[in-house]
Write a protein that binds this ligand. Structure first.
Ligand code: SF4
Length: 185
C-alpha cells in the first residue's frame, strides 16, 4: 500500500489505526480461555449490522475502486441488491476487502463453537465473545483525528475520542451505494 499512502495521507492514518486494533485483537486471542471459533468461510457475523466511520468508508471506497479487478467489482456491486442481510463484500464465503475491513469486523471474534447463522453471541453466550482492549481502541481511533480535522470535524470540548468515533458511525449497508459510486477513484 506504500505507493498509495504517498498519494493519500488519510490511508496511512487508517492503516495505523487498523494495525493497533489488530494487535489488541491478537492480545485478546492469546489470553482467551478457549480456542477461536472464527474460520474462513463462516459468514455469520457478516450478517450483522456493521458500524462504519467516514474514514473507514473512504478506505472501502478506495479499495473497491483501486484494488479490485473489474469483474469482482461488478459482482460485489450486484451483491448489494441480492445478498439480503449478508454484507455485499462477502463473496463466496470470503471477505473481499479483508485488508481494509472495518474496525467492527476486526474486533468481533467468538471462541468455542462457531455461531449459528442467526445467532447473536453477545446475547446467547457473551462469555464466548472476545473483548479486545477498549483503551487500545481509543488510542487507535485517536490516530485518525487528523483526517477528521481536514474535513472540519473534531471531538466537542471535553468529548472522549471514542465517543466522537461512535457518534459519527453509520451502518455499512447505508453507505454501500456511496462506496461503489463513480467509475474510478
Ligand atoms: S467487511 Fe468483510 S468481514 Fe466485515 S461484514 Fe463485510 S464481508 Fe464480513
Amino acid at each position: 500500500m506504500t505507493r498509495y499512502e504517498q498519494r493519500h495521507r488519510w490511508l496511512s492514518l487508517l492503516l495505523d489505526c487498523y494495525a493497533l486494533i489488530d494487535l489488541s485483537v491478537w492480545q485478546a486471542v492469546d489470553t482467551a480461555s478457549d480456542v477461536l471459533a472464527c474460520r474462513e468461510g463462516c459468514t455469520a457475523c457478516c450478517r450483522h449490522t456493521i458500524p462504519l466511520s467516514t474514514l473507514e468508508a473512504l478506505g472501502l471506497r478506495f479499495y473497491v475502486h483501486t484494488l479490485l479487478d473489474a469483474a469482482l467489482y461488478q459482482d460485489l456491486r450486484r451483491n448489494i441488491s441480492r445478498q439480503g442481510s449478508l454484507c455485499c463484500f462477502n463473496h463466496q464465503g470470503s471477505c473481499t476487502v479483508y485488508a481494509l475491513r472495518p474496525i467492527a469486523c476486526r474486533r468481533y471474534l467468538v471462541t468455542g463453537t462457531a455461531c449459528a447463522e442467526d445467532e447473536s453471541p453477545l446475547d446467547s453466550r457473551p462469555h464466548a465473545v472476545l473483548h479486545p482492549s477498549r483503551d487500545v481502541l481509543r488510542r487507535a481511533v485517536a490516530l485518525t483525528l487528523p483526517f477528521y480535522r481536514t474535513i472540519g470535524l473534531k471531538p466537542e470540548s471535553g468529548e472522549d475520542v471514542l465517543s466522537f468515533y461512535l457518534r459519527q458511525n453509520m451502518p455499512l449497508t447505508s453507505l454501500n451505494e456511496r462506496i461503489f459510486a463513480g467509475e474510478s477513484y
